[in-house]
Structures are given as structure tokens and as C-alpha cells.
Design a protein around this ligand. Structure first.
Ligand SMILES: *Cc1c(COP(=O)(O)O)cnc(C)c1O
Length: 373
């Protein structure tokens, strides 16, 4: 008897596992596992979302013209060359669907985002992982891995879960030295956290084979709503739009995203707090014997002696109601990724890691905090 068989590659996909959002039997957890904005979205975005609720019988527009115009205005980009998707995940899926497939290879880096591999396999392509050097993307390793079958190269900048950045010079060199027929995708999910970094937009202007992807899930605090976008040449955007469903974004998504872009004050405040608390947390952990690379994003990759210590620390934090992210799946078994939360969360996680390390005594002033909560 025959049975339906999925396309090649599909059964090789290991389903994506998101950051845990709860701990059994605990109601008051601190969630630092998914790089969410601890301050939430702009109130203007929430208001626009609620207002959109009054017109749910209407189809959304299909061209996203108003949102693309707002993105273009904010970043100084041509709105005609922007595509919006259900999170940047969907833009990544479009890229793999349109430009890779059987007989092609998709390059991503050792500690790169797992969606690249998933989307490449879903398209029937062969994912090719290249090593990083000391948790940094290594442009030479990428160039070495290119073959005549290479169709796409994914680079996250700043990296997740590493938090490190490829230098401007290296990024340009990669764009310059990749064959013209290879699409280079710069995933700028955390670009908003780096002052003075354009996410790769200027490289898109210079090279017709460079694509930038961005998201509303991180700095804009709209992960639950699923909105992302991409910027590329008119030709590439024209290709991607052929596979995009006409109604891929709902009206509440479109309206909330556009409103979020207009709240500069909220973004500035979130950026300021992230920069301040990230430095504080990194220093506090380093003082406890837990080093990290200088992070350019909204999380810290805390390094432990080995996988056992990292896992034991994670278990201890969970027992204290704190959820961080294990990253063994990203070839970093001795690390934990900790999202920079609000001030109270940062203090609490640092305090508990101190307790775990036996550096911070069990009785100190932060017990007052525990008593009060
Ligand atoms: C969070 C994240 C994204 C964004 O995904 P969305 O689908 O837009 O929520 C993309 N790439 C990386 C590396 C991320 O960490």
C-alpha cells in the first residue's frame, strides 16, 4: 500500500523550539528567554491595534503601502523595495522558497538562527553550516564554503545568540566577494539596538544581491503580533511578492506596526534602558565569574565553565522562577542566553546567579525584595 510522502527535506526538519514561557506550579515567573522588550510595545501601537478591532469584517489592503511608506520614511529607504511579512521569519521563508531548492546549498553560520536551516530544508535545499571563530561570524569561512550550488548566505548581525557583530569592513567584503548569483541576507533583527548601524541598508543600495531583513518583534515589542520586513533590489522584491499571500498581514498588524514606528520616544527610552542595563548585567555577571562577549543586542550570552555548570545554573534559576535560554542547540552548550529585562529582573537574575555561584550569601538586602514581592 502506498501512502502520502512529504517532499524531500521536510522530515529532516527538527521543529523550532521557542523560549519557555512558564514553569510548572509557578505563577510569578521572570521570562528572560525570548529577547522580548521588557517595556512592551508603544501605547500608540496598542491603541491602533484596539481601534482596528472595530473593522474586522474588512479585508486588509494587500500592498501594505502605508506601512512601507512609514518604514521608508523612517529609515530613508525606497518603499517600493520593501516587502512586509508575518515576522521576518516569513521573509526568510520567501527567500528560501524563491531562491533555493533541490540541488542548491544555503549557507548559515555555526551559531546562526535555526530558522535558516528549517526554511532551507523546507525548500528542499541543502543547508551548509560554516564554523564561527570565538563566537564571531568568520567571513573567510563563509567564502570558503561557497560552491557553484550556493544560492543563499544568511548572516545575523548582531548575532543571536552570540550578540557579537561582524565589522562594517568584513560585511562589505563579504558582499563584494560573494559571486553575483548568490543572495546575501543580512538578518538585522537586533539592528535597532546598535546606534549608528543601518542594518545593512547601505549594502543593499550598493549590491543587487544583498537583502536586509528586519522585525517588529524585538525593539518594537510586537513579537506576539508577527510583523517583519525585508529590503532588497526591486527585482528581488518583485520575485518575493509573487509567493507572498495577498492578505499575509492583517489590518491590526499593519496598523499597530505603523503606529509603533511613530513613537520615537518609546524606542529611545527602550534603547537607553537596554544599553544601561546590559552593561550593568554584563559587569555584575563578570564579577561573579561569568564572562560574556560585549553584546550589541538585547541579551547577554553568559559563559560557564562547561555544559554541566550552565545546565545546573539554568535548573537553579528555574527553581527560583527565572527562565533563561539554553543554547546547546546553537552549539553553545556551556552558555545561557539571558534577555536584558527591566531593572528589577536584571538585579534578580544577577543576584540568583551569585547565589548559584556561592558568591552571594543567601541572606542579604535582596531578601527584602523577595519579602516585598
Ligand atoms: C527574533 C529574531 C528574528 C525575528 O523573527 P520574527 O519572525 O520577526 O519574530 C529574526 N532573526 C533572528 C536572528 C531573531 O533572533
Amino acid at each position: 500500500m502506498t501512502k502520502p510522502v512529504p517532499q524531500p527535506g521536510i522530515m529532516q526538519i527538527k521543529p523550532y523550539v521557542g523560549g519557555a514561557s512558564g514553569i510548572d506550579g509557578m505563577s510569578n515567573v521572570i521570562k528572560l528567554s525570548s529577547n522580548e522588550n521588557p517595556f512592551g510595545p508603544s501605547p500608540l501601537a496598542v491603541e491602533a491595534f484596539q481601534k482596528a478591532g472595530h473593522a474586522l469584517h474588512r479585508y486588509p489592503n494587500t500592498d501594505h503601502a502605508s506601512l512601507r511608506a512609514a518604514i521608508g520614511k523612517l529609515h530613508g529607504l525606497d518603499p517600493e523595495r520593501i516587502i512586509c511579512g508575518v515576522g521576518s521569519d516569513e521573509v526568510i521563508t520567501f527567500l528560501c522558497q524563491c531562491y533555493s531548492g533541490p540541488e542548491t546549498e544555503v549557507i548559515y553560520t555555526e551559531h546562526g538562527f535555526s530558522m535558516y536551516k528549517i526554511s532551507a530544508l523546507a525548500a528542499g535545499a541543502t543547508p551548509v553550516m560554516v564554523p564561527e571563530r570565538e563566537r564571531m561570524v568568520d567571513v573567510d569561512e563563509i567564502l570558503k564554503a561557497v560552491t557553484p550550488r550556493t544560492s543563499l548566505v544568511f548572516v545575523t548581525n548582531p548575532g543571536n545568540p552570540t550578540g557579537t557583530m561582524v565589522s562594517r569592513a568584513d560585511l562589505s567584503r563579504l558582499a563584494r566577494e560573494l559571486p553575483d548569483g548568490v543572495l546575501m541576507v543580512i538578518d538585522g533583527a537586533y539592528a535597532e539596538y546598535v546606534e549608528g548601524f543601518d542594518g545593512g541598508a547601505s549594502l543593499v543600495e550598493k549590491f543587487p544581491n544583498v537583502v536586509m531583513t528586519r522585525t517588529f518583534s524585538k525593539m518594537y515589542g510586537l513579537g506576539g503580533l508577527r510583523i517583519g520586513w525585508g529590503y532588497a533590489s526591486a527585482e528581488v522584491i518583485g520575485v518575493l511578492n509573487r509567493v507572498r499571500g495577498p492578505f499575509n498581514l492583517s489590518m491590526p498588524q499593519l496598523d499597530a506596526a505603523e503606529a509603533a514606528l511613530g513613537d520615537h520616544e518609546h524606542v529611545e527610552r527602550c534603547l537607553r534602558e537596554n544599553t544601561r542595563l546590559r552593561a550593568w548585567l554584563a559587569e555584575a555577571l563578570a564579577a561573579l565569574g561569568v564572562p560574556s562577549d560585549t553584546s550589541c543586542a538585547n541579551f547577554i550570552l553568559a559563559r560557564f565553565a562547561d555544559a554541566d555548570e550552565a545546565n545546573a545554573c539554568d535548573d537553579f534559576l528555574q527553581s527560583e522562577g527565572i527562565i533563561v535560554r539554553r543554547v546547546a542547540g546553537y552549539a553553545l552548550p556551556n552558555c545561557l542566553r539571558i534577555t536584558v529585562g527591566d531593572e528589577a529582573s536584571c538585579r534578580r537574575v544577577a543576584h540568583m546567579i551569585g547565589r548559584f555561584k556561592g558568591v552571594t550569601p543567601a541572606t542579604d538586602d535582596s531578601n527584602a525584595e523577595e519579602g516585598a514581592s
